[in-house]
Design a protein around this ligand. Sequence first.
Ligand code: ADP
Ligand code: MG
Length: 276
Amino acid sequence: MSDSITPPSTIDVKTPHSESPPKFALLELSHISKYFGNVTALEDISTHVDAGAVTCVLGDNGAGKSTFIKILSGVHQQSTGDYLIDGTPVHFSSPRDARLAGIATVFQDLAMSPLLSVWRNFFMGSEAMVGPFLKANFMRNTAKSEMKKMGIDVRDIDQPVGTMSGGERQSVAIARAVYFGARVLILDEPTAALGVRQSGVVLKYVRAAADRGLGVIFITHNPHHAYPVGDRFMLLNRGHSLGDFAKSEITRDELTRLMAGGAELEALQHELSQSR
Ligand SMILES: Nc1ncnc2c1ncn2[C@@H]1O[C@H](COP(=O)(O)OP(=O)(O)O)[C@@H](O)[C@H]1O
Ligand SMILES: [Mg+2]
């Protein structure tokens, strides 16, 4: 029997469900625009994030980064364009809707109580109770072990969160989102107020969250923070996209140059508007 001709088989052994790549991105933004009256905050913005990946959104002040996250997290609704999760359009009318869909947002101010312990902050608003009593030991142990799973070694889980460094506080917020089952983690400039060393610590946890399977959206104005942890890069300039690149499509130098170009354009526009 000749084996030289293999007829197209009707039995395809190569595509069991579990092995085929996901058909849809975890989260996708397609041609999103946002207008506040006649102010255009965002115009025709598209990107996506996959589970286990980090999408970085880069831009200078006023670029539209906060507006973008506020749409993702249900604070604002887009004026036009589509917001899809697993390929299905979603319409969030509140931050609660977004949270219920598994979107966790860590805003810059973190919304923590500085005088309360690390574990109290970890469980804030979702305390484990037996009747009217806090399950304090359970929460202490869980907070400690969950943070350990992320590679975070908290010396004292009872220490007031306000005594931690900025980077450590960010890590508490990240570990909390992972523990409470977020699918998407959005971080608003988590390294903006930090020094080099602390930034490095936070970047490690950004990557750790993706390695735990979350889709992470990391907002920053620093290409040197974005490039090492990012899988995808979307650049914003005055509400417009300068491009949406997979890591294989852009080098660190190109990313840096594009960001610098955006800043120059900004300065030029400012100069022009002044000399009129
Ligand atoms: N609620 C709002 N009403 C009117 N304009 C807004 C509002 N929010 C943001 N903007 C405008 O949209 C633009 C983008 O702002 P923002 O998203 O905060 O940028 P970024 O976070 O990158 O600094 C700015 O010009 C800002 O003034
Ligand atoms: Mg902002």
